[in-house]
Design a protein around this ligand. Structure first.
Ligand SMILES: [Zn+2]
Length: 101
């Protein structure tokens, strides 16, 4: 009985190892809002942070944009773009380095 359980576990582990692990799609939520609202695009989130949070210091908003850019780029590069380094990945990399002007 115990031997069977161990064997089943081994099979499960082997099967999981063969399936490429997908990165979860990051949640695009504004951390400055008290109500939880998720955005469907990274650009939607950023324009919201730009336009609706004038009260937050630029440095903090920039930090949040860079943090989400980094999360989104890791997800995009691996699961959507497949490591091709397409235009979205390039734009996200630029956003990580960007400064408010
Ligand atoms: Zn917000």
């Amino acid at each position: 009985m115990l031997d069977n359980a161990v064997t089943l576990n081994k099979v499960d582990l082997t099967t999981k190892a063969l399936v490429p692990k997908k990165k979860a799609r990051p949640n695009l939520r504004c951390k400055f809002c008290t109500i939880v609202k998720a955005y469907s695009t990274i650009y939607g989130l950023w324009s919201h942070i730009f336009l609706k949070h004038n009260d937050i210091p630029n440095a903090k908003r920039l930090q949040e944009i860079q943090r989400t850019a980094s999360l989104w780029r890791a997800y995009w590069a691996q699961d959507v773009d497949g490591g091709r380094g397409g235009p979205t990945v390039t734009k996200l990399a630029q956003a990580e380095l960007a400064t408010f002007s």
